[in-house]
Write a protein that binds this ligand. Structure first.
Ligand SMILES: [Zn+2]
Length: 257
């Protein structure tokens, strides 16, 4: 089981960047929760936790400690950027002394970029290193990266961040980056198909009507006596039997008319 700790930055009294009627703390929580949902519903062999799943403040050192105590394999801290309104685009960080996290950093950066670029061209600020607290306190025991997806204080980037679909695609970019770096496999669609193949549902009155018809046909010697009527009365027909019987009844109706 691959353990992934996603860390939505800021929270509580710490808003992070606040601009254009949006706050970084709310958007990164949304992105993180969606990324968790995508990973857990679409991929197998992965367990995802969030350092916070609501709007509360957590010390930076505690975020790293939560990941270490759990024994996380991957740590992804999710942020949005700000400068002076003029900078824009995305950049992705690992710790200065880390080289193990390079693959995770590259995969996240590329996936986030390509997912946002389904909406608009953006500035690629590249792969970077920094001595951020959450990276410093995690990189020695897990792959750890911090993402900065667009500048909330930039008019063009903010326009993108306002769109729900962009937020979902940023989440999907994070999920895909983790999937690549962790080598996760997609859940097979078998279980979904089984559900679709589930028993055909008939209402009680439909069963009764079918039982009547079957009785008539048995009386006329068109069906083996007793067997079908019993089965229909007890609602004990497989899907293929039900289909066959429905066909037989429809044919007879057509002939009778
Ligand atoms: Zn931040």
């Amino acid at each position: 089981m691959v353990k992934v700790m996603i860390d939505p930055g800021h929270g509580g009294h710490d808003l992070g960047v606040s601009a254009y009627d949006m706050t970084e703390k709310a958007l990164v929580l949304d992105i993180s929760q969606q990324a968790k949902g995508i990973l857990e519903s679409e991929y197998e062999g992965v367990e995802v936790r969030l350092t916070r799943s609501n709007d509360r403040f957590i010390q930076l050192s505690d975020r790293a400690r939560m990941a270490r105590d759990w024994g996380a394999d991957f740590f992804v801290s999710v942020h949005l950027n700000a400068f002076n309104g003029s900078a824009n685009g995305i950049e992705t960080f690992m710790h200065n002394n880390s080289s193990a996290s390079a693959e995770l950093r590259e995969a996240l950066h590329r996936q986030i970029k390509s997912h946002i670029e389904q909406h608009d061209r953006i500035t690629d600020r590249g792969l970077k290193q920094a001595n951020f607290s959450v990276l410093r306190n995690t990189y020695q025991s897990m792959y750890s990266v911090l993402t900065e997806s667009l500048f909330l204080d930039n008019a063009n980037d903010a326009e993108l961040l306002k769109q729900e679909q962009v937020i979902t695609d940023i989440a999907r970019g994070h999920a895909r980056g983790i999937v690549e770096a962790a080598g996760l496999t997609r859940k097979s669609s078998e279980s979904e198909n089984e559900e679709e193949d589930d028993e055909m549902k008939l209402e009680n009155w439909q069963w009764e009507q079918m039982a009547e018809k079957v009785k008539d046909m048995e009386d006329e010697g068109l069906l083996d006596e007793g067997r079908w009527h019993e089965a229909v009365k007890n609602h004990e027909l497989s899907n293929s039997e039900l289909t066959w019987l429905t066909f037989i009844i429809a044919s007879r109706q057509a002939l009778v008319k």
